[in-house]
Design a protein around this ligand. Structure first.
Ligand SMILES: Cc1ncc(COP(=O)(O)O)c(C=O)c1O
Length: 339
């Protein structure tokens, strides 16, 4: 019996038993392989290492009260990885291969799937890299697609805890017409300085603005931004943000709750008008935001005045989690049960 303190797991790496791998060579994908090694043998001139041909996904599998294992909206992750692959000229992973790999890696590591009620889940990390040797700048002719898994704890150990953000005035993570909308490693490298500076100053993440004019809100570190104003759910329209599957789901839930959804440019000054603000993504579902500081203008925007997440963010969070764990009927057909 596996001895892990499920309720105290970090959001970090824990070794599991197996990962799955598939190679693209001579214009086609090979057989899915199972490996127990944590290492990848890679050519020193691989395009992933030099020219950033690398894309990944982040998703979770949940154990329900009924004992069933559910994937959440796997097809959206498959589509996003396809879009990332096309965006930086890599071989596309067929959706059937993506699903086969997910099912296999989850089943092989079933003993690492946290029990229902612990708030923990199994994080799945699909990865696609250019393995072909390239010295001149050009796309590789060989690729590796793999998935590893690791159990992760609830993002907020003390419950649903509001966080503070710092507006990144001196850094951009992505350029208009660049790669911001793809889940590729380069965007994360570009975001590290701003993220680490914000954390060193006591914030949980940097809030990025549009790179062209620095007038509109883009993303909150590795998460999308949303706000609640009256009966409206508002989230930025921008070509430089990663289309978040959590955000897409929250928009559907907000509509289902009778709210109006606005996807449009969100000027920074509008931060003063919001009732609730949140960052959303797979890791935490929703991180309620209690404060946003603008280091250049000196503006401080405060939310969660009583120290608690707002009522609408809380309701959205609870509903999404209830669907993921199978506690609420899946009327949107978002979950896939692994048999
Ligand atoms: C840059 C960025 N934006 C947004 C998100 C949230 O996306 P999702 O809800 O699909 O996890 C993530 C994390 O996955 C991210 O890395």
């Amino acid at each position: 019996m596996l001895e892990l303190d499920w309720t105290r797991l970090p959001f970090g790496y824990i070794k599991t038993d197996y990962n799955v791998r598939c190679y693209y060579r001579n214009g086609k994908w090979g057989e899915l392989e199972v490996s127990s090694s944590e290492h990848i043998p890679i050519h020193m001139a691989a395009s992933a290492l030099h020219y950033g041909q690398e894309a990944f996904e982040g998703m979770k599998a949940f154990r329900g009260k009924d004992g069933k294992i559910r994937l959440f909206r796997w097809e959206e992750n498959a589509k996003r990885m396809e879009s990332s692959a096309k965006g930086i000229m890599m071989a596309v992973v067929p959706h059937e291969l993506f699903l086969e790999a997910l099912k296999k890696v989850v089943k092989l590591n079933e003993r690492f799937l946290p029990p229902y009620g612990t708030g923990a889940s199994l994080y799945l990390r699909p990865l696609l890299i250019g393995t072909g040797a390239r010295v001149g700048v050009s796309p590789a002719d060989e690729y590796l697609f793999m998935i590893f898994v690791t159990p992760v704890g609830p993002y907020f150990k003390e419950g649903f805890k509001p966080v503070a953000l710092q507006i990144a005035r001196d850094h951009d993570r992505a350029a208009p017409k660049g790669t911001g909308r793809y889940k590729v490693g380069g965007n994360y490298a570009a975001s590290l300085t701003a993220g680490m500076e914000a954390q060193a100053a006591g914030y949980s993440a940097a809030l990025f603005l549009d790179a062209r004019e620095k007038k509109y809100i883009d993303e909150a570190g590795p998460a999308n931004f949303f706000a609640i104003k009256g009966n409206k759910y508002i989230t930025p329209e921008s070509e430089t943000i990663l289309p978040s599957i959590t955000n897409k789901s929250l928009m559907d839930l907000a509509r289902d709750m009778g709210m109006e959804v606005e996807v449009r440019p969100v000027p920074v000054e509008e931060l003063a008008d919001f009732d609730e603000v949140g960052a959303c993504g797979t890791a935490a579902v929703i991180s309620p935001v209690r404060k946003i500081d603008d280091p250049v203008t000196g503006h401080v925007y405060n939310y969660c005045k009583d120290g608690e997440a707002g009522p609408i963010s809380t309701k959205l969070f609870k509903r999404l989690q209830a669907i993921q764990y199978g506690d609420e009927a899946d009327k949107f057909n978002w979950t896939y049960v692994i048999e």
